[in-house]
Design a binder for this molecule. Structure first.
Ligand code: GLN
Ligand code: ZN
Length: 758
């Protein structure tokens, strides 16, 4: 019998129940016990739902109050010493202290989970790190599941992945040295699970998708030999990339099964099927856990049948990765267009697909012919839909203008023209775009969206906001102004809502970190811009001032990265389509007299593939998409871009090839160290290194910012420098924003006076 299983279920709840409970608990509105009750209730619901769908092995241990890596840190007793934990059980207070910090201790660091938008809590390691089982939560959950008659497959993050994703808190220490002592505790955990009657443990080792050096690869042998024979069976799980490069190693490991991701890397199946060991199951991740489309069940069945002819009983069917990265249930989308809804599958629907494929393998294709037909019909309807294929867009792609991805003149020539046009002082001051989004602004927007506020009233309210923002910026003395982005809820959604080819969900939430969720829009078709999206707002702002107002757009790569995108064409083509509509918007802004236009690309680095060998290809089309969006302008028009919270050094040539006239970046938290790379690279265009961190309400002194600017001048020619905060100001309040910007302007003036004495 082919078995069906799931790698992990979204824990936040279809209606974000966990989010609400967590936030109520943090605000002191419910007790820890109440929080745990909600959590247990959600686990129960999710288990029952999966069982009722017909999934054979149900994940237990995939739940977390904050994060699965943090759960491992608690389970393994790897609490950083600064939290003063004893040897006792890690309780709620300590758990959340690690996640969110306390009055005296900063939180543990958080970073992105591979190439997803999920963020995990980074373990901290040093010579004194000792492991011991310090949380009984997992074992409680196993007991809970068993009580409910659920057959649990326990999910653990593997020892190599756990170590690899952590950071060393002391120089010279190698966290891989902790492996032997770590394995000791993993072994203990497996023994306890055996004792609880757990037959299968899923051990996730997604680091296998990265470029690992030999030391780490050798660790796999050591680890899985040590974990062998504990009594429970081990399914070693990989995802997010092909691991066929390690197929020989993996096939030899003393584990009872492997899971591979066939969505990211369908071609790896053949490598694994060749001489696949007879004592192992092979779990095939055939349903895409990273996107929202219905599966082509016919095609999936063909692939699975082929594998079954080799594996016989040893074939398992699964999503490619945990469904954590997928919204919960499509059925909650009551307002979505019926055609589009019919093309989609969220977590619940994906599990149903898995169950159907299981039936198909076990009982023959005929047993599922009805469902297959429906699925095929839906796929066909999607493939042929006119909502997806827009002839106008197709024609644009085929008749791209000459030189569509390069500015006419090189930067040095443009710079001369732009200097003449704008007459900006040395070290011009500006901001990144958004100004404080007050409760009032949010209420106005939401009232308008709900139809409770008439168009004209909304327009008036927003115009008032723009007046205020322009006035304040003039009082502060900034050189290049912005309109403040009050009309935007989210920098991707705002544009997506005005474009054809984008759909939105009511409840398509995906966990981003802790209690935070995002609702990525769904890019389903050719992207078309029926009319200008930002021109009226910017033109209005410009009418209020003599100073230049910067137009503000979201770049093609950020639009792509923060959406669920089509799987029926390469991402590079989708990026090009997005680039073309932004290019048109840029042209409209230019025509309206706007001389400076910023195209934000905060997600540019996120798009980098997991394997370095794939970087060049991505950087080629991603930088081209940016240039397409930005190069249709006159030489006198100044293009800005903005990126934040990125490591830049390894992609500097790509950033240079984007050829923005000005780039603003986050640098204050690294105290300008980030700039060194730009200096060494001899980055030729202009650059605005952020001089203060917008993540905290703290208002730095002018002197502090002056110091940073002086540091910047050591690596970058002062003629090339701009002065700005690290990022947008929408999360800040007005008083601190005004205070910080006044001090920033003062710092710029002080340095100007030094550099060019009157
Ligand atoms: N222009 C945007 C803002 O200021 C940029 C946001 C971002 O970088 N994430 O809010
Ligand atoms: Zn930013």
């Amino acid at each position: 019998m082919a078995l069906t299983h799931n790698l992990g279920f979204p824990r936040i709840g279809a209606r974000r129940e966990l989010k609400h409970a967590l936030e109520a608990y943090w605000h002191g509105n419910i007790s820890g016990e109440q929080l745990q009750t909600t959590a247990a209730e959600l686990r129960k619901q999710h288990w029952m739902l999966q069982r009722d769908i017909g999934i054979d092995l149900i994940p237990v241990g995939d739940f977390a109050l904050y994060d699965q890596m943090l759960n491992m840190t608690a389970l393994l007793g790897a609490v950083p010493a600064r939290f003063n934990a004893g040897k006792e059980e890690v309780g709620l207070d300590l758990y959340f202290a690690m996640a969110r910090g306390t009055d005296n201790q900063p939180a543990m660091e958080m970073t992105k989970w591979f190439d997803t938008n999920y963020h995990y809590i980074v373990p901290e390691f040093n010579v004194r790190t000792k492991f011991c089982i310090a949380s009984s939560q997992l074992f409680k959950e196993v007991a809970e599941a068993k009580m409910l008659g659920i057959v649990p497959k326990v999910v653990l993050i593997g020892p190599l992945t756990y170590l690899y994703l952590g950071k060393e808190t002391e120089p010279g220490f190698n966290r891989l040295d902790l492996l032997p002592s770590l394995l000791f505790v993993y072994r203990d955990i497996l023994t306890r699970l055996t004792f609880l009657g757990v037959e299968w443990v899923q051990i996730d080792e997604p680091v296998l998708a990265l470029d690992l050096d030999d030391a780490w690869l050798c660790g796999f042998d050591q680890a899985y030999v040590a974990l062998h024979g504990s009594g429970t069976k081990v399914l070693l799980t990989t995802y997010f990339e092909g691991v066929d490069g390690h197929a020989d190693l993996l096939k030899k490991l003393p584990v009872n099964g492997l899971h591979i991701d066939l969505c990211r890397s369908p071609q790896q199946l053949d490598t694994f099927l060749a001489d696949y060991p007879v004592d192992k199951v092979l779990s095939l991740g055939i349903i895409d856990g990273r996107n929202v489309w219905r599966t082509d069940l016919e095609e999936a069945l063909v692939i699975l049948s082929k594998a079954q002819s080799v594996l016989c009983e040893r074939i398992w069917i699964a999503p490619s990765c945990s469904l954590l990265h997928c919204p919960v249930d499509l059925e909650l989308e009551t307002r979505m267009d019926a055609d589009i809804k019919n093309w989609l599958a969220f977590s619940v629907q994906k599990l149903k697909e898995i169950s159907i494929l299981g039936c198909g393998l076990n009982q023959g294709k005929r047993a599922i012919s009805g469902v297959l037909a429906t699925s095929t019909k839906a796929r066909q309807a999607r493939a042929q839909s006119l909502r997806i294929h827009n002839p106008v867009v197709q024609k644009c792609l085929q008749t791209l203008p000459q030189n569509y991805s390069h500015r006419t003149k090189p930067f040095e020539k443009r710079q001369v023209l732009q200097r003449k046009r704008f007459q900006l002082p040395l070290l011009p001051t500006t901001t990144i775009g958004s100004f404080p989004q007050t409760a009032e602004i949010r209420q106005t927007r939401s009232a308008f969206k709900k139809g409770k506020l008439a168009n004209l009233e909304y327009l008036e309210a927003m115009r008032k906001e723009i007046q205020l923002v322009i006035k304040k910026q003039e009082e502060i003395g900034l050189d290049v102004l912005v309109h403040g982005e009050a009309e935007r809820n989210d920098m991707v959604e705002y544009f997506g809502e005005q474009l054809w080819g984008y759909a939105f969900t009511e409840n398509g939430w995906v966990q981003s970190y802790g209690s935070r969720c995002v609702k990525p829009p769904i890019l389903y078709g050719d992207i078309y811009r029926p009319e200008a999206m930002t021109v009226d707002w910017i033109r209005y702002a410009q009418s209020l001032t003599q100073k230049p107002v910067k137009g503000m757009l979201t770049g093609p790569i950020t639009m792509l990265m923060w959406s669920f995108v089509r799987d029926d064409q390469p991402r590079s083509i989708t990026a090009l389509q997005l680039a073309l509509v932004i290019r048109d918007e840029v042209a409209d802004l230019e025509r309206a007299g706007i001389g400076i236009i910023q195209i934000d690309e905060p997600a540019f680095r996120e798009g980098l593939p997991l394997k370095q060998s794939d970087w060049n290809e991505y950087l080629r089309w991603a930088t081209e998409a940016f240039r397409v969006s930005s190069s249709g302008v006159k030489d006198e028009t100044q293009i800005h871009t903005h990126m934040c919270y990125s490591e830049f050094n390894d992609i500097l040539p790509a950033i240079a090839s984007m050829d923005a006239d000005v780039i603003t970046i986050e640098t204050s938290r690294s105290r300008m160290e980030l700039l060194d790379g730009f200096g060494q690279f001899k980055y030729s265009n202009e650059i605005g290194p952020g001089v203060y961190d917008i993540h905290s309400p703290r208002v730095p002194d002018s002197e502090e910012m002056l110091e940073l600017l002086k540091k910047a001048c050591l690596v970058i020619n002062s003629q090339q420098l701009w002065v700005n905060p690290d990022c947008g100001l929408k999360t800040r309040s007005w008083p601190e924003t005004v205070a910080a910007l006044e001090k920033m302007v003062r710092a710029a003036r002080l340095l100007r006076a030094k550099l060019e004495p009157a």
